[in-house]
Ligand binder design. Structure first.
Ligand SMILES: NC(=O)c1ccc[n+]([C@@H]2O[C@H](COP(=O)([O-])OP(=O)(O)OC[C@H]3O[C@@H](n4cnc5c(N)ncnc54)[C@H](OP(=O)(O)O)[C@@H]3O)[C@@H](O)[C@H]2O)c1
Length: 337
């Protein structure tokens, strides 16, 4: 057990590409819980594209600016509790931040099932990634059997689940991913019907070739030029699920797709954004279906876990550059025995 708390701060707000020099590791005392609070030993941090988006200012939550401790979702084990709602040894999820230990008011913690093995599945399959994919596709996209679903960042954490859920619901699935290796993995391992290498192929034309009758649902993780290519290939009454815009997070040159709103008008499209928490009241449904597909061998779970808190900045920069396959996390401490 460490005797000090390591904590990573954002020391400069990035103007353009995020770099390791924008962060600094500091060491301090391990925070002690006060009445009604709980101390958590962080086990795994979820690295999310959103961590970079928060540096652009306030959005669905308060932004992270220069001088702030880096925030981030993660899971941990309760080490001391001054609340009767939690006991030492409980597994919890929260905005634990990029640090070894965190202290929280009890109501800010979610108690998680400690019997899930490995615990990392609480971040991938049963966590933000899986729930975002499920709610975004099922609740917002509302797929029907036989429809064609296109998803970007298909080899990433949300995208890999979206395509598999769509396939399990009887849809045709087309992914977009960067590079031939990722595309081969998306079709051969994840079981998508096709995958377009958006870095090396004329993707707007390829979408048209692979979906000659149009795309019924485009699950958008990237925004920008890829969103534009999808828009021009939508079917009548198509739905665009706006999950995120990773192409716009790590740059000062934002691009908007052309064709808005003309295409929406003549194709009667619905374009709708969402945040995973919007559907918290339906999380149990997501966890139930994802678990059933996983146990039935119909859901591949790929986790990309980097060891060591000190590697969080490098891990996030790599995620934005497409180094990851599947759900990227940082291992801060081993799972309890
Ligand atoms: N709405 C919500 O509640 C919610 C919740 C969670 C996540 N999200 C969103 O989901 C998306 C995925 O995030 P994640 O954290 O799960 O990351 P991820 O998909 O695991 O990783 C990001 C991937 O994006 C791809 N990418 C990076 N720059 C790109 C670009 N310019 N054009 C196309 N693809 C690019 C890279 O793959 P390639 O090698 O294929 O380029 C990279 O591996 C993000 O937009 C995020 O904001 C939304």
């Amino acid at each position: 057990m460490p005797e000090k708390n390591r904590q990573i701060f954002l020391v400069e707000t990035p103007a353009g590409k995020l770099q390791e020099s924008h962060f600094e590791m500091r060491t301090g005392d391990i925070p002690a819980p006060q009445d009604g609070q709980v101390q958590v030993r962080n086990l795994l941090l979820s690295l999310d594209a959103a961590n970079r988006a928060w540096m652009q200012g306030d959005t669905y939550r308060k932004g992270v600016g220069a001088g702030d401790a880096m925030d981030g979702y993660g899971i941990g084990v309760v080490t001391q509790s001054e609340s009767d709602r939690f006991a030492a040894g409980d597994i919890v999820g929260a905005a634990v931040g990029w640090q070894d230990y965190s202290v929280h008011k009890a109501h800010r913690l979610e108690k998680l099932p400690a019997d899930v093995k490995p615990l990392s599945h609480l971040i991938s399959l049963y966590g933000i990634a899986g729930k975002t994919a499920y709610h975004g596709l099922v609740q917002v996209g509302r797929p029907k059997e036989g429809e064609t679903v296109l998803v970007s960042a298909a080899a990433g954490s949300v995208g890999m689940f979206v395509g598999q859920i769509a396939r399990n619901l009887g849809c045709r699935t087309i992914g977009l991913a960067g590079g031939p290796e990722k595309c081969a993995w998306v079709t051969d391992t994840l079981g998508f019907d096709a995958c377009i290498d958006y870095k090396n192929e004329p993707y707007r034309r390829r979408i048209a070739e692979l979906a000659p009758d149009g795309v019924d649902i485009y699950f958008d993780n990237v925004g920008g030029a890829v969103l534009e290519a999808a828009l021009f290939n939508m079917a009548m009454k198509g739905r665009i699920v706006c999950c995120g815009a990773i192409s716009q997070y790590d740059t000062t040159e934002m691009t908007s797709p052309r064709g808005v709103p003309g295409i929406h008008v003549f194709k009667r499209l619905r374009m709708e954004g969402f945040i995973v928490m919007d559907f918290a009241d339906r999380d149990a449904e997501a966890v139930r279906d994802m678990g059933r597909w996983f146990r039935d061998g119909k859901m591949v779970v790929e986790e990309d876990i980097l060891d060591g808190l000190e590697n969080a900045p490098r891990g996030l920069i790599g995620l934005l550059a497409g180094d990851n396959r599947g759900k990227r996390m940082i291992r801060v401490a081993p799972d309890p025995a």
